[in-house]
Write a protein that binds this ligand. Sequence first.
Ligand code: ATP
Ligand code: MG
Length: 483
Amino acid sequence: MKYKERTKNFTFGFDIFENFQGMCFILSENGNILDSNKSASENLKRTYEELLNSDFFEIFEESNRTKINDVFKKCLSDKKSASVPAQINVENSFLTFNLIFTPFNDQNDPSIQYSFALARDITAQKKVEEELIKFYSVAENTVNPLQITNLAGKMIYVNRAFVEASGYSKEELLGQNPKIFGSGKHPKKFWKNMWDTIISGKVWVGEVENRRKNGKPFFTQLLVSPILDSEGKVISFFGIHRDLSEKKMLEKQLIHTQKMESIGTLAAGVAHEVGNPLASISALVQVVLRSTDDEFVKEKLGLVRNQVTRISKIIRDLVDFSRPSNYELQLTDVNQIITEAVEIVKVGKKSKQIKFDMELDEKIPSLPLVADQLQQVFVNILLNAIDAICEPDNLKEDNKIISKSYKTDDNVVITFTDTGMGIAEENTAKIFEPFFTTKKEGKGTGLGLWVSYGIIKSFQGDIKVKSTAGEGTTFNISLPIQV
Ligand SMILES: Nc1ncnc2c1ncn2[C@@H]1O[C@H](COP(=O)(O)OP(=O)(O)OP(=O)(O)O)[C@@H](O)[C@H]1O
Ligand SMILES: [Mg+2]
């Protein structure tokens, strides 16, 4: 089928390609150069005469030649245009060309075939492509979440780290506003300030709290920079996040430690100030009790004495926390202390319905500690675990408490895991604070864990909690192995 009936026929020679930008050649059926233009001579640094009748394929890098030849032959046999990338080494610099062959027949003798060859320099374009691939792979593989948004504020690119950090898939993110990653914790003014900055072509940096798909927070330092076109017009925005979770966590820990320390100082002061008058009250109550026969007075003073005893216990706890271990440290077998603590709490009525498991590593070293104090910590934790299991809401069949000990490179670690009611997430930071209790009035003072915290810290150790509300809790105590 004929493509088109020409209405007009032009007659022109190869001269018309003389000033053409690309290299142009007429090739014979076996690949000899029958004609070439100025650009060919310039690019190949060879005169017209040198090129004439030479082998076209020899222009190209040796490794390319077979491929080019194949395409050339196929183009002649198919009578169809075909293209192939081709490399040329001119004076030791490599140039990449896009080579297009177009076959045609001699007008006078249709049995003679020629090919028109056009080679356009795509070295620069190729370089840009390579750069792009390079940057793309850097963007994809960096640990920092990256996003590109268009002027409408919709994400048009997110890298792998962004997908991972946000918890959304690429498909869920593209086309969305980065707001879906936002926590809603920052005021409108905060984001307005960001937009004003980047729209004016400047870079904006700020600390942001983001929200992952699962609702968990993700703290980052965000840098947003406008992407400008060659005329300096903003065409899109580029955002890069730096993970600050660890920094935030350390900050939180530091604040917590400082808070505990200042509470400790306060408590020591209060305990001291209250302790002395309390001792006087206690002594006076004893004296009056002994010197009266009045039953009414005796009964009321007995009540006073009970209250005084209660306050004294609290004061003792406060002192226990703040007193830097002024007992003598002795090499202590931690496993033995765990076993004893478990024996003590097993005696209680509530413990009947609980299985106590122990997984103690016999090889852990003895540590310089105060055995009584450490036992107090373990008993505290175990009693809390028993209370948590016996909560009326905690309906479980095989309730148990697992006490474990093991060794890491630097620490002896002791864990207590229970199947109790667990701790609500918002409370996990508070349980070590003094007087924090969720127990009914008269059942708990909220000092147990606080005192335990103080004791473990005085041994240079650490105490942590992990809990899932409704499932159970694990307390983790690590004590350094001194070398
Ligand atoms: N294993 C646990 N499971 C669930 N909640 C726990 C557990 N251990 C501690 N808690 C929570 O932490 C709070 C504080 O514990 P802490 O031992 O300091 O005080 P308490 O047990 O309430 O009173 P006490 O001073 O008598 O020990 C508890 O009231 C409870 O809410
Ligand atoms: Mg307790």
